[in-house]
Design a protein around this ligand. Structure first.
Ligand code: ATR
Length: 276
């Protein structure tokens, strides 16, 4: 029987995940279907209960339900427990396993696809919400020289830095405090691109070798990428590669086989028209 998977979110119609997983299934010869589920904002658990009762084997979880999925799962991977957010659910009869593949997905896109080295680098993560929490453990595991979390609301950056402080040299601050500080890698983990905005960042954070990565993606460079280009960044990249890589990690968690991602990313890029 064909195994059923889906991505659940609100909104969900824009999701690229069904296309990505259909391509992975065809490539690996796995017998599965993958659809998109719209859950009401207050109805995440019920939507998952129904999908599970109907025989669903696994779910990807996207905005705004990653914290709900963390609460829903009865067991967690270490990385999901640390992030307090789940993007991958494995649905079994007597347990629901929650994992978070966002961090490994970003890391693979940065290091393999972009060819970036993170060890000893100065990294700033802009934003202190769920998206930022999902990538911090993976970034700290690469042993950066320093990782700064900067957020519009400084207190949230400080709290997040405290939560991850046992994993490496991480600190938190407000956006204005970044003035005069230069970074090798800047990562935009805010939701600003969704509103077609760039976070209010001071000038002078970028040197001629800096890279700038936006977790969001679009058909055109995001406002953050355009800001970084104007500031003289060596390279900019949006989050489409991370989307494909986190999907491949989820696929591996479910099916035990990791699909090839390069061709899928290329195919997706050519058909891209809107924000995620
Ligand atoms: P997500 O799960 O996508 O991270 P979230 O948890 O609501 O969503 O967090 C959104 C993040 O984007 C926050 O860090 C938010 O900053 P505040 O904590 O100050 O609200 C940040 N953010 C959203 N819009 C922004 C903007 N226009 N400029 C700067 N930061 C923004």
């Amino acid at each position: 029987m064909t195994d059923r998977y889906a991505v659940v979110g609100h909104p969900i119609s824009h999701s690229q995940s069904p296309r990505i997983h259909a391509a992975f299934a065809a490539q690996t010869g796995q017998d599965l279907s993958y659809s998109a589920l719209l859950a009401p904002l207050e109805g995440f658990a019920q939507t998952v209960d129904e999908f599970r009762a109907a025989g669903g084997k696994g779910l990807n979880v996207t905005v705004p339900f990653k914290p709900d999925a963390w609460q829903y799962a009865s067991q967690h991977s270490e990385r999901a427990a640390r992030a307090e957010a789940v993007n991958t659910l494995v649905l079994e009869r007597d347990r629901v396993y929650g994992d978070n593949t966002d961090g490994p997905g970003l890391l693979r896109d940065l290091t393999v696809n972009q060819g970036c080295t993170l060890q000893d680098q100065r990294i700033v993560v802009i934003g202190a919400g769920g998206a930022a929490a999902g990538i911090l453990a993976a970034l700290l595991a690469t042993q950066p020289g320093e990782l700064v979390i900067a957020n519009r609301t400084a207190s949230k950056a400080l709290e997040l830095a405290e939560r991850f402080s046992d994993l490496g040299p991480v600190s938190g601050c407000g956006l204005a405090e970044l003035a005069g500080d230069r970074f090798d890698l800047l990562i935009n983990a805010t939701a600003a691109s969704l509103d077609n905005q760039c976070p209010a960042l001071p000038a002078g954070m970028i040197h001629s070798g800096s890279g700038a990565y936006d977790l969001m993606y679009a058909a055109h460079p995001t406002p953050f990428m355009r800001w970084a280009q104007a500031e003289g960044a060596a390279w900019t990249r949006d989050g489409l590669g991370m989307l494909v890589e986190q999907a491949a990690e989820s696929f591996a968690v479910w099916r035990g086989v990791r699909p090839e991602t390069h061709s899928v990313l290329k195919q997706l890029r050519s058909g891209l028209v809107t924000y995620q």
